[in-house]
Design a protein around this ligand. Structure first.
Ligand SMILES: [Zn+2]
Ligand SMILES: [Zn+2]
Length: 94
């Protein structure tokens, strides 16, 4: 990625590298849909050394750009927007 200027103060942004944000830390038993998300988001972080502004460039680096959840019954992963596990038929929203 090319260097670019801070939108706030015009200083050249510094590359702080990539970070992985973990999703799905909350138990599927306790949470609702956002907490069913599993996997991770890879983001590229840039920061302004002058004013401290941080820019994140998100990338969901999964083959099909869909986050995956793990079926609590059979343990297979599948797309999070699927109301039923395609492997064993476990239904999330009954
Ligand atoms: Zn700045
Ligand atoms: Zn299943």
């Amino acid at each position: 990625m090319e260097a670019f200027k801070c939108l706030r103060c015009g200083t050249e942004m510094k590359d702080a590298g990539k970070e992985t944000i973990q999703l799905g830390q909350t138990s599927w038993l306790l949470g609702d849909l956002p907490n069913l998300l599993a996997g991770s988001l890879d983001v590229h972080i840039w920061f302004c050394p002058t004013c401290g502004k941080i820019e994140l460039f998100g990338a969901v680096e999964k083959e099909n750009n869909l986050l995956q959840i793990t079926c609590p019954r059979c343990g297979h992963q599948h797309d999070f927007d699927c109301p039923k596990c395609p492997h064993c038929g476990y239904a999330y929203y009954t």
